[in-house]
Design a protein around this ligand. Structure first.
Ligand code: HEC
Length: 341
C-alpha cells in the first residue's frame, strides 16, 4: 500500500513538473531549485511574473534555461531595461534566449558575470558590437547566436577569450566572411579548434576539428574502398584462372566487348577489323584471320595484346593493357581449339 502511494506521489510530482506553466511552477514553488540565493529566486519569480519562461534542465536540477519573448508579456506589461537588470541575478542559467525586439546592448550588459551560461540567443535583437564587451567575458559560452544583429568585423575580436565557444551564428550581420575566417583561425591557434561559424544557409565555416574528423573519415572510406576493389580484383583473377575450358560465347566475347569493340565493332572498324561476333572474328581484317586454332603465337588477337606498352601495335592502343590472367585465358582458348561454344 505504502509503495503504491509513493508511486502515486512521485507520478503527481512528475506530472506537475512537466505540465505546469512557468507561473504555476512559481506559485507551487516547484521544482525546488538547489543552491539559489534569494536574489536569484526573486529574479526567477520576477521573470515568470512578466511572462518569461524558466525551464529547469531536469527535475531537481538547479540549472535552467530562460526565454524572454515579446509575445509572452501581457499587453499592459513590458519587459524594459529596468527588468533586464534582473537577468544579472540568474547565476544558474545555462541558456538565455532574448527573443525580444527591444533587447539591446543595455539588456546584454546585465548578463555580466553569468559564468555558467552556455547558450545565448540574441538573434534579431538590436545589439551592436558594444554588447560583445559583455559577451566576451561569459567564459562558459559554447553557443552564441548573433544572426540578424548589428555586429561588425570590428567587434569580433572581443570574443577571443571564449575558449569553449563551438557555434557562432553570424548570418545577416555586418561581419564579412574573410574576417570570420581569420577569427576562426586565430581561435584555433589559441587552442579552440572546435569553433564552427555559420554565415548563412550552406555557408558553414566548419571547425578545424570537424574538418580533421571529416578528412579522417574520408581517408578511412577511401582505404576501405581500395581494399574492397583489391578484393574484387583478386576474386576476378581467381574466377578467370578457374575457367579451364574457355569458349568464345561465354568467356571471350565479354572481354572483347569491354576492351575492343569501341574500335572494332558495328560503328567503327579500325584496321578494317570487326570483332563483335564469332563470324566477324573468323573473317579477320582483309581476309587475314586473326586467330589460328591451337597456335597462340600465330594469332594476332593474342600477339597484339602481348606487345609491350611502348609498341604502337599493342591492342588496345590506349588505356590499360589487357591483364595477364585475361591474356592467359585468351591463350588457353586458342590452345584448346578456339571453340565458339
Ligand atoms: C582505341 C581504338 C582501338 C581499340 C580499343 C582496339 N583497337 Fe585494335 N586496332 C586499332 C587500330 C587503329 C588498328 C589499326 C592500326 C594497327 O594495325 O595498329 C587496330 C588494329 C588491330 C588489329 C590488326 C588488324 C589487322 O590489320 O590485321 C588487331 C588484331 C586488333 N586491332 C585487335 C584488337 C583487340 C583484340 C582489341 C581489344 C583487346 C583491340 N584491337 C582494341 C584500334 C583499336
Amino acid at each position: 500500500m505504502k509503495s503504491i502511494q509513493q508511486t502515486f506521489l512521485s507520478l503527481t510530482t512528475l506530472v506537475l513538473f512537466s505540465c505546469a506553466t512557468p507561473d504555476e511552477n512559481a506559485q507551487a514553488g516547484a521544482p525546488a531549485p538547489v543552491a539559489q540565493n534569494s536574489k536569484e529566486q526573486a529574479a526567477v519569480t520576477r521573470i515568470k511574473t512578466l511572462g518569461g519562461r524558466v525551464l529547469y534542465i531536469a527535475k531537481d536540477a538547479k540549472e535552467y534555461s530562460v526565454t524572454i519573448t515579446k509575445d509572452s508579456f501581457g499587453k499592459t506589461k513590458g519587459f524594459t531595461v529596468a527588468d533586464a537588470k534582473v537577468l544579472g541575478e540568474l547565476g544558474n542559467a545555462v541558456e538565455i534566449s532574448l527573443q525580444h525586439p527591444d533587447a539591446d546592448d543595455a539588456w546584454v550588459a546585465s548578463l555580466k558575470g553569468l559564468n555558467g551560461l552556455k547558450k545565448l540567443h540574441l538573434e534579431k535583437t538590436k545589439i551592436t558590437d558594444q554588447a560583445l564587451d559583455t559577451i566576451g567575458g561569459l567564459s562558459s559560452l559554447e553557443y552564441l547566436n548573433l544572426y540578424g544583429t548589428g555586429v561588425t568585423d570590428a567587434g569580433l575580436g572581443k570574443l577571443k577569450n571564449l575558449k569553449k565557444l563551438k557555434s557562432l551564428y553570424l548570418w545577416q550581420t555586418k561581419v564579412t566572411e574573410a574576417k570570420a575566417k581569420a577569427f576562426q583561425e586565430a581561435m584555433a591557434k589559441a587552442g579552440n579548434k572546435d569553433l564552427s561559424i555559420n554565415l548563412g544557409v550552406g555557408k558553414d565555416l566548419r571547425s578545424v576539428n570537424t574538418l580533421a574528423r571529416l578528412a579522417k573519415a574520408r581517408a578511412a572510406s577511401e582505404t576501405s574502398a581500395r581494399a574492397a576493389a583489391a578484393k574484387a580484383a583478386k576474386a576476378e583473377v581467381e574466377r578467370i584462372a578457374a575457367i579451364k575450358m574457355p569458349t568464345f560465347d561465354k568467356d571471350i566475347m565479354p572481354i572483347i566487348q569491354k576492351r575492343c569493340t569501341e574500335c572494332h565493332g558495328k560503328d567503327k572498324q579500325k584496321g578494317k577489323l570487326r570483332l563483335d561476333s564469332f563470324v566477324e572474328l573468323m573473317k579477320g581484317a582483309d581476309g587475314e584471320p586473326i586467330f589460328v586454332a591451337g597456335k597462340p603465337g600465330e594469332s594476332a588477337i593474342h600477339t597484339r595484346i602481348m606487345l609491350p606498352d611502348s609498341d604502337d601495335d599493342r591492342m588496345p592502343p590506349k588505356g590499360n593493357r589487357i591483364s595477364q590472367p585475361v591474356a592467359d585465358l585468351i591463350k588457353r582458348w586458342i590452345e584448346q581449339g578456339a571453340k565458339q561454344k
